[in-house]
Design a protein. Sequence first.
Length: 377
Amino acid sequence: MLQVLTASETYPETADPPLVPQLRRFRSVLFDVRRRNRDRALPFLTGALLCQKGLAGKLLRRWLDPERKRSLRLELAIAKKKPVLVHSHSVVAGASAVRAAKRAGIPLVVSVTGSDIGRALMSEGSHQLLKRVFDAADAILVEGASSAEDLWRLGCAPRKVTTIPRPVQVEKIAPRGPRGAEARQNDPRLRMLFCGPLVERQGIAFALEAVARLARGPPGVHFRLIGTGPLRRPLSAIAKHLGIEEHVEFVGQKRLEFFLESLAESDVLVCPSIVARDGDREGGAPPAVLLSLAAAVPVVSTKHADIPEVVQDSKTGFLAEERDVESLTVCLARVRNDLAFADELGRAGRKLVEQQNDFPNVMSRLEGVYLEALEQP
């Protein structure tokens, strides 16, 4: 079985680690490029770095360069593991792998994230880093057609770009659908669910404003948020300011089982994604959206990046405009007011994920990319 080095800049810190491919011909070995994010220059050395001149300064800057350190660790890992291919799961990891893969004479595959694309569109430095990866990589992977078009506009050769959606083990998720009639009778409130990092690109502040509008009239609303992040306290402050503290429940980071149980107690998953001020955005559909569709629970999201490819407006969910509270409120009210249609949307969402994101099919496509990269001269 051929070995692939799967390089990430966040594993294993993140709750959503990079996919470990389960392939017929390949075995994946995970490599944490940033070594648990501890290879930044120490603060007390920063002054020395700036003060030193000449050869000493040059050597010090070279020693502290995080990309060089990541590249050297990758070279050591390649020499030890002897993979036939490196698959990097971000542009940062990909840039670090360029030199290592070239020295080893093995192909480089890079998955480009939404954050990679968004920041490249806003920053010349990020754009240049992305272009360097474009030139060196044998294949560039994205999760949706919108991201692929952005890469073409940023200068990537279309022949290098392959769209591979995020895989879902659909058969392991029961299609429970939104809450049944008896549960709704016992608790008539619209039960909303969010799951993901509490960061700007999630657009949660707009969802809280929609909750404030929906909470004014019967039957009320309950909004559970699963996840943690830098905006936890600011979002709590917004909920307090809007007077909806009793309607909002922050439960922190939880395991997948808790999320699936919460889905079974919910009427809708809300994912009001936006492009953040620093360019951060989604690439492909967020994992919670795909899991919700697999569980036959309708999704209310936004017309953002690749999301409309899976949350199809009035087919598998509803789509609002980004940052548009009125539009988001209308979409949520449609779920609340037409429960039969919400059930229909849930069933259609399950069918779409079965067709587009089924784990074995996606893995087969990924294996095809690996084999094609290995066959290139």
